[in-house]
Design a protein around this ligand. Structure first.
Ligand SMILES: NC(=O)c1ccc[n+]([C@@H]2O[C@H](COP(=O)([O-])OP(=O)(O)OC[C@H]3O[C@@H](n4cnc5c(N)ncnc54)[C@H](O)[C@@H]3O)[C@@H](O)[C@H]2O)c1
Length: 261
């Protein structure tokens, strides 16, 4: 047993202030709900204001702590205002899940048909958005004496999936950002890790994928069943908890054993 390890509290995120970008729909909504059920104070930062407000309201109705701050993660001022509001409301910031992404809204298709402006938008949300959110929470985590950042990448980077070249490229960038930032903020006791989810049956993914595309996706897994948002929650909460306190710069793959690294 590690010295100083408190088995009763190590895996808990109770009372920690956690920001979930893109927390209003899809997998982010499930992270927000489960974190709140675990006793965390959750800040939903999603461009989808109506959805985000509704999720936060339902968490509060169930007795949890949640604040929706509709935010475009590509807008530096809006991101700063969101972090300030989170800290003002809950007294600080302990964790950040960079989950917002352009994914389900992107048509799948040949790389040659991707226009330059779409490429720029994907990089803006999926990479610059993460950079801006990390920068906005950093002073607050320093004040707290530490913190944890979890960046959501994709298992596409292990396979090199085609048909969304911009998206796959951005998600590989997330791993580079995770590793380099982990070295930059280690002295501040801030961990930075990444998770690579497999194809996950989020409400948004289901709505944007044909049954033909979804068929046969489980064949290569060790666990031959579809992946659901809840399959990701354990890894994400672990990385946000004290139990993962000596892990940083790492990437955890959660995909039912499709890819191994
Ligand atoms: N569902 C999957 O199969 C799968 C697989 C691997 C990785 N992922 C990743 O997991 C995360 C969640 O996936 P999902 O299925 O819920 O995806 P999604 O595309 O449906 O949801 C992304 C969320 O980001 C929000 N968002 C988009 N642009 C934004 C912006 N500019 N500012 C703030 N919020 C913005 C959306 O409103 C939405 O709530 C994403 O990072 C995605 O890339 C998903």
């Amino acid at each position: 047993m590690a010295e100083g390890f408190n088995a009763k509290t190590a895996y808990s995120v109770a009372n920690k202030v956690m920001i979930v970008t893109g927390g209003g729909t899809g997998i982010g909504k499930v992270y927000s709900q489960r974190l709140a059920e675990s006793g965390a104070k959750v800040v939903l930062a999603d461009i989808a204001a109506e959805e985000s407000n509704a999720v936060a309201a339902s968490i509060r109705e169930a007795g949890g702590d949640a604040l929706s701050v509709p935010t475009d993660v590509t807008d530096e001022n809006a991101v700063q205002a969101m972090a300030d509001k989170a800290a003002d409301t809950f007294g600080g910031i302990d964790g950040l899940i960079n989950n917002a992404s352009l994914m389900s809204v992107l048509p799948r298709g040949d790389w040659f048909d991707i226009k330059a402006d779409r490429w720029d938008s994907v990089m803006a949300v999926n990479l610059k958005g993460i950079f801006l959110c990390c920068r906005a929470v950093y002073p607050y985590m320093q004040k707290r004496g530490g913190g944890s950042i979890v960046n959501i990448s994709s298992s596409r980077i292990w396979e090199g999936n085609p048909n969304r070249l911009d998206y796959t490229t951005s998600k590989a960038g997330v791993v580079g950002l995770t590793r380099a930032l982990a070295r930059e903020v280690g002295d501040d006791k801030i961990s930075v890790n990444a998770v690579t989810p497999g194809f996950t049956m989020s409400e948004t993914q289901i709505a944007s994928s044909s049954s033909n595309y979804m068929g046969g996706r489980d064949d290569g897994k060790c666990f031959k069943r579809p992946q659901f948002p809840d399959d990701l929650v354990g890894a994400v909460i672990f990385l946000l908890s004290d139990a993962a306190g000596f892990m940083t710069g790492q990437t955890i793959n959660v995909d039912g054993g499709m890819y191994m690294h």
